[in-house]
Design a binder for this molecule. Structure first.
Ligand code: ZN
Ligand code: FE
Length: 257
């Protein structure tokens, strides 16, 4: 049984900040640093000290707070070796497939290129949680800025193979908007209808929709469902590869209003 506490909150507009605290050792890790002041304020409120900062990718809304947090807490900053040229100075460079110990937990590094070429996810099997940043969103996925649809699909395919009870933490609260597109390509999906209702109810109460459960995402998120006959028929791609269906989905979402 794990006594760790995962604390997520929204900062900037729709960015998730996540803190993982181990009461036993007193260590606290953050996944990404969208806003240094907001994260430091939350740490102060909770009486926690930041010991580790795990970066997923180089976009400003994920690293803006690295310098101030490092200055304040002298925390150890981790990030993908391949992106060292565009990340704030790294104390620890990690690679796809590496497994590290942190807070008495195993941390698995999963390369998820597509949104950016160097994006990585952090998977904590002992916590049953994955931090997927801007690769996989609830009911959606990140835009492809660097890399190909095939790469992005391969990344999502790796994430969807994690255990079904894995808690999915994402970089942004985009679920409600994502649901509108998802329903447009797979309106007959009952798991999606149910998730969309649940999301509307949460948002109406001012609550966020994460973490999601990976098995629910696999049932409802069109970007994890290129095998779906309904989605394939929507695009007229009955005989295409999964990667081709994924590419059509991503393009459709890029132009969806
Ligand atoms: Zn991003
Ligand atoms: Fe982002």
């Amino acid at each position: 049984m794990s006594a760790k506490i995962i604390h997520a909150f929204i900062c900037r507009n729709d960015n998730f900040a996540v803190l993982i605290h181990d009461p036993e050792t007193g260590l606290t890790a953050a996944i990404d640093a969208p806003d240094g002041a907001a994260i430091a304020g939350e740490l102060d409120r909770l009486g926690w000290r930041l010991s580790h900062l795990l970066i997923t990718h180089h976009h400003e809304d994920h690293i803006a707070g690295v310098a101030p947090l490092r200055a304040r807490f002298a925390c150890e900053v981790w990030g993908h070796a391949a992106d060292r040229h565009r990340l704030p100075g790294l104390d620890r460079e990690v690679q796809d497939g590496e497994v590290f110990g942190l807070l008495n937990e195993e941390v698995h590094v999963i390369a998820t290129p597509g949104h950016t070429s160097g994006q990585i996810a952090y998977y904590f099997p002992g916590l049953g949680a994955v931090f997927a940043a801007d690769c996989l969103f609830s009911l959606g996925c990140g835009r492809i800025f660097e890399g190909t649809a095939r790469q992005m699909w391969q990344a999502l395919d790796r994430l969807r193979k994690l255990p079904g009870n894995t808690a999915l933490y994402c970089g942004h609260e985009y679920t409600q908007a994502n649901a509108r597109f998802a329903l447009s390509v797979e309106p007959g999906n009952q798991a999606l209808q149910k998730r969309a209702r649940e999301v509307d109810a949460l948002r109406a109460k001012g609550e966020f929709t994460l973490p999601a459960v990976m098995a629910d995402e696999c049932a409802a998120n069109p970007f994890l469902r290129p095998e779906s006959p309904e989605i394939r028929a929507h695009f007229g791609l009955e005989h295409a590869s999964d990667a081709e269906v994924f590419a059509a989905l991503r393009q459709g979402k890029d132009h969806f209003r």
